[in-house]
Each structure stands twice: as C-alpha cells, then as structure tokens.
Design a protein around this ligand. Structure first.
Ligand SMILES: Nc1ncnc2c1ncn2[C@@H]1O[C@H](COP(=O)(O)OP(=O)(O)O)[C@@H](O)[C@H]1O
Ligand SMILES: [Mg+2]
Length: 237
C-alpha cells in the first residue's frame, strides 16, 4: 500500500536559543501513508513539525521532500513545495467568513476545488457565510485543513487536529483525514489521542526528549502494551 519515501528527516537537531530540543530526529513518511508522531508533552512533536516546515531552522541533519533537500529553506518556500503544516492554533482569519478564508487560500493548479472541499466538509458549506470566530472548535479545525488542501499540498502535517473536540466531531475529522490520504496526500499526524492514532495510522514514531525512542507498524504498536506504558504512560485499556 505504501510507496516511495515522500518526506524524510535524517538526524535533525533543533534549538530554541541554547536549549537543544531536537536531538537527532529521524523519521520518514511514504506515499500513501498516515504516520503518527506520539510522545508526552514537551517531547518535541511540534518542534519536529516546525523543523520540517522551516519554522525552526535545523542546526544539523537533513530534511528531504520527494528527493529534494530543503534543509534551511525558508518556510514560505517549503510550503510552496507542497509540504504543508496545519498548526495547532489553526491559523484561520476570525474576522473573515468561511468563504473568504477559503478564497484567500485557493491556488491555481491545486487539484482541490471549492466543490471538493464542500463535499468533504459539508459543515463548512452550511456555515459558508459565517465568520471564522462564529465557528465551533471542530469547524475551525475543518476550515484550517480545508485551507491547507486548497493550496495543493503534496503532504500534510497536522498538529493535534482533534485536541479538545467532542467525540462526534473527532469521528468526523478522523474520517476526513482518512479520505485525504485516500485521495493521495500522505499525512504526518501529531496526536495524543491513542485511539485516533491506532485507528488511522499505518506506522507510529514515539518521541522522547527530542529523539525517536520507538517505532512500529500499527499492528505491532496496538499489540505492544509495554511500549505504550513505558513511553506514553498509558495502561492498556
Ligand atoms: N518557542 C520556544 N522557545 C523555547 N522553548 C520552547 C519553545 N517551544 C517549545 N519549547 C520547548 O521545547 C520542548 C519541546 O516542545 P514541543 O515541541 O512544543 O513539544 P510537544 O509538541 O511534544 O509537546 C519543550 O521543552 C518546550 O518547553
Ligand atoms: Mg505540541
């Protein structure tokens, strides 16, 4: 099912000032995959996504995307290459309507049209004249993902897309993430909700203190109570 390597991080080191936060992160995402990046709070998950997207310049190591070494590229250039981050704060314009938010994200050449977006996110069509600030948390998350799709991503990185959302909305977004992957966009997903991770992902990486401490395919991870307990501090259900 999975194909050639789309994104790879090879021994990436990252700092905030003098704090050495990423201590040699290596991972890869292949065509057709959803890959989960797990780890306790402060492990470096968001920083890893920032390093891949150029928001945190790697001090050492390489980031490669479809064969191109884009280490050190500025964030806007990385985004234009199709490596697209949906940040935790969602980054939508609260004073603009749903339609206006989508309008400024649209890019010529993207395979995703507004019609595709409304088919995938019917709630956004219902709310298309509402302002960003009037949307529920789940709708804001959907708008944020929809905006990313309109830019024509070749890989999406999602930072805790379902955090704090009601279970029924989580289900909806999980289905949408799967549909995006099925439409040909591989996904690197940072997520704390284990059920969401094991329900979606083909493979998992667990970060600990800025390093990958564990890596497994989904079936092995689901069967590995000890690893979940050790690295995430969650007992088997
Ligand atoms: N802008 C920043 N400046 C300084 N330290 C930061 C900054 N952002 C994150 N950190 C620190 O880096 C570590 C990793 O953070 P982060 O990547 O956000 O972890 P996670 O997403 O896994 O919770 C934490 O110790 C955090 O306090
Ligand atoms: Mg984080």
């Amino acid at each position: 099912m999975s194909g050639p390597v789309a994104l790879s991080l090879d021994a990436v080191h990252g700092y905030y000032g003098k704090s050495h936060i990423l201590q040699g992160v290596s991972l890869e995402v292949r065509a057709g995959e959803i890959v989960c990046l797990l780890g306790r709070n402060g492990a470096g998950k968001t920083s890893t996504l920032k390093a891949a997207s150029g928001l945190l310049a790697p001090r050492a190591g390489r980031v490669r995307f479809h064969g191109t070494d884009l280490t050190g590229w500025p964030a806007h250039r990385i985004a234009r290459a199709g490596l697209t981050l949906v940040p935790e704060d969602r980054g939508i314009f609260s004073l603009l309507s749903v339609e206006e938010n989508l309008g400024i994200a649209e890019r010529r050449g993207s395979p995703w049209s507004r019609k595709d977006i409304f088919a995938m996110f019917p709630r956004l069509e219902e709310r298309r004249r509402n302002g960003g600030a009037q949307l529920s948390g789940g709708e804001q998350q959907m708008l944020s993902i929809a905006r990313a799709l309109l830019s024509g991503p070749k890989l999406l990185m999602l930072d805790e897309p379902v955090e704090g959302l009601a279970p029924v909305i989580v289900e909806e977004i999980v289905g949408q993430i799967r549909a995006i992957r099925d439409a040909g966009v591989p996904i690197l997903l940072v997520e704390q909700n284990l059920a969401v991770c094991t329900g979606l992902a083909d493979r998992h990486y667990i970060l600990e203190l800025g390093r990958v401490a564990y890596e497994a395919g989904n079936a092995d991870f689901v069967a590995d109570d000890a690893a979940r307990d050790r690295y995430l501090g969650v007992k088997a259900a």
